[in-house]
Design a protein around this ligand. Structure first.
Ligand code: ADP
Length: 233
């Protein structure tokens, strides 16, 4: 794996009416790397993705992508640069078919070579169906296909595992690993630590908007502060 930095997050702060949802988050993600972003509910994981994907502007701090400062740019600009994301609760165009949901994505970066995104996520056989008729697991896969259709080099994944069956989970973990071998970097926000463990050992654990641990998952499980926030002791 190349050690070239792809995303450099420095001292990111995001407040909502005085409440610090992100309180100085700093990390670097390299090309083709998968990093898990874990922590209890409300610790700031989704906010982190929302800021990196351009949905929210940070109050302060910096975001560099391939060496260029990108903080505060709009989501479509981030997508054009090669940053895309999935949503915890996908919202496809329900009245459009699965295939049409992909067609409406403006593919600007064609450098990922994953081929047909629907084929890749295993939804080719339901391409003609209305997106609203899919199971919640299939809607998550469609959301992943949509994010892939723009040809990202950085994919921000928000809680993909919830709602997927164990076999769908194994399958999707394998697909995400394939993406990383093709040079796509992944930041994976996830509640299910078993799923993270299938993808990577490298994790950041957040609590109350701050990173409380960065390192491998096995060590995180033995870290006193991490155990404390997870078990609430
Ligand atoms: P996590 O993803 O770790 O569960 P979030 O990033 O969703 O945590 O939320 C972190 C904190 O920020 C929570 O207390 C949440 O209520 C608050 N928060 C997130 N988004 C908003 C928003 N748009 N407006 C107000 N508060 C928000």
């Amino acid at each position: 794996m190349s050690r070239e930095p792809l995303l450099e997050v420095t001292n990111l702060v995001k407040t909502f009416g005085g409440f610090r949802a992100l309180d100085g988050v700093t990390f670097t993600l390299h090309k083709g790397e998968i990093m898990g972003l874990v922590g209890p509910n409300g610790s700031g994981k989704t906010t982190c993705i929302n800021v990196i994907s351009g949905l929210y502007k940070p109050d302060s701090g910096n975001l560099r992508f391939l060496g260029k400062t990108i903080a505060g740019q709009a989501p479509h600009k981030m997508a054009r640069l090669g940053i895309n994301r999935t949503f915890q609760v996908p919202k496809p165009f329900r009245e459009l078919t699965v295939a049409e949901n992909i067609l409406v994505v403006h593919a600007t970066n064609k450098h990922t070579e994953i081929g047909d995104p629907l084929e890749f996520v295993g939804l080719k056989n339901v391409a003609h169906r209305k997106a609203g008729s899919l199971t919640s697991g299939q809607q998550k896969l469609l959301d992943l296909a949509r994010a892939l259709a723009s040809g990202p080099s950085l994919l921000l994944i928000d809680e993909l595992a919830a709602g997927l069956s164990p076999s769908e989970l194994d399958d999707v973990a394998e697909k995400l690993l394939t993406l990383a071998t093709r040079g796509i970097s992944l930041l994976v926000v996830e509640h299910l630590l078993g799923f993270v463990n299938q993808l990577t050992q490298r994790v950041i654990v957040m609590n109350a908007g701050k990173e409380i641990f960065e390192g491998d998952l096995a060590s995180a499980a033995k870290d006193e502060r991490v155990v404390e926030v997870y078990l609430g002791r």
